[in-house]
Design a protein around this ligand. Structure first.
Ligand SMILES: Cc1ncc(C[n+]2csc(CCOP(=O)(O)OP(=O)(O)O)c2C)c(N)n1
Ligand SMILES: [Mg+2]
Length: 364
């Protein structure tokens, strides 16, 4: 028998709509209302400034360790913006901007990073998961949620965020495989920020793109300029449409950059060059979007200044509220709440044990 060839897809789309100068490819411009564009801008700016404020608070010992998001605002908001309230967001640990978009308060973020269990409270009507630090775990969580959506015959989607490093975890491969086989309404958004702590992207895989990994699992894969909020929005909208109409899952690789430290416990100068950081600063997603909005007549220098003042005030008010709350300690027993609809026996036992310990401590 002669050798034959099996034809498999060997191309991956790359989407870029706004270039580094904010110039638009008008043929690809997604249909987004002015109101949503301005809301996107508000949250990109808020995400950036809140991040900077948290870093400053951490350096003063007023916030514990956290993972900054600067540089990744377009990826997070372009994707989160396509979600409906009934959809599910499954964040990793670097998605503060997306969480704020969904309605999480800055106060809750500050409380969480100060060890207050109430900082992970999610109201009943918001379908979001709390932060999950184990790398790649979010993929499996979203797959489970998406499977349940399909099982119940709903047209919601589950969207997971994770990093380039997570694509080396078994969880990623198991999750995408399941998503392919069962055609579930999941959207996998990989924030390829070029680094997994000190491990560069080239040490994660020999593949030219991360997006192409979707091909092996029989799902749609696409690579986008992750610093271009319009491109991310367009790719995520397409993915949501596919998922809602029964077309299955999508893997979106967003090419972006972590402009800040990995976490506040990290010093990136030890493993990456200033030149690299400067190169990516030129691709800043916020500047680029502001140029686009200005060209569109929706922003101006004065409006940007007003927006800066508004977010500054919002952030200050949230810091004040959180610090007022933290004048009294959190209740350790609170950590048992909200994890399960019905608390399992082993947790009931642990809760009782801790309650006894605490009351004995009080007695002195
Ligand atoms: C399973 C697991 N292994 C190791 C860690 C420690 N750790 C935290 S973040 C991180 C790197 C993650 O890189 P990436 O997936 O690219 O996400 P990024 O931090 O760049 O957003 C590692 C190894 C962890 N949290 N979970
Ligand atoms: Mg990374």
């Amino acid at each position: 028998m002669p050798r034959t060839r099996i034809v498999i897809p060997d191309e991956i789309d790359h989407i870029s709509i706004l270039d580094e100068e904010g110039n638009l490819d008008s043929g690809l411009e997604p249909d987004i209302s002015d109101e949503t564009l301005l809301r996107l801008h508000h949250f990109m700016l808020l995400g950036r400034r809140f991040d900077e404020r948290l870093l400053s608070l951490q350096r003063q010992g007023r916030v514990g360790t956290f993972a900054p998001i600067s540089g990744q605002e377009a990826t997070q908001l372009g994707a989160a913006a396509i979600l409906r309230p009934s959809d599910w967001l499954v964040p990793a640990f670097r998605e503060t901007a997306a969480e704020l978009w969904r309605g999480r308060s800055m106060e809750s973020v500050i409380l969480y990073f100060n060890g207050y269990a109430e900082g992970v409270d999610i109201p009943e009507d918001r379908n979001d998961f709390p932060i999950s630090v184990p790398v790649g775990s979010q993929i499996l969580h979203a797959v489970g949620v998406a499977w349940s959506i399909r099982y119940r015959g709903k047209d919601d989607v589950a969207l997971a965020f994770f990093g380039d490093g997570a694509t080396s975890q078994g969880d990623f491969h198991e999750g995408l495989n399941f998503a392919g086989v069962y055609e579930i309404p999941a959207i996998f958004v990989c924030q390829n920020n070029q680094w997994a702590i000190s491990v560069p992207r080239k040490h994660q895989t020999r593949s030219e793109t991360l997006a192409q990994k979707a091909i092996a699992y029989g799902i749609k894969g696409v690579q986008v300029d992750g610093n271009d909020v319009l491109a991310v929005y367009a790719a995520a909208s397409e993915a949501a449409q596919r998922a809602r109409s029964g077309g299955g899952a999508t893997f979106i690789e967003c090419v972006t950059y972590r402009m800040s430290v990995h976490t506040t416990a990290d010093d990136p100068r030890r493993y990456r060059s200033d030149e690299e950081v400067e190169l990516w600063q030129k691709r800043d997603p916020l500047n680029r979007f502001q140029k686009y909005l200005t060209a569109k007549g929706l922003m101006s220098d004065e409006k940007i200044e007003m927006a800066e003042n508004t977010v500054k005030e919002e952030i200050q008010a949230a810091v004040d509220r959180a610090e007022e709350r933290m004048k009294t300690p959190g209740d350790p027993l609170y950590m048992f709440e909200h994890a399960y609809a019905q608390m399992p026996p082993h947790l009931i036992e642990q809760r009782e044990y801790l309650a006894r310990e605490l009351s004995e401590q009080k007695k002195g």
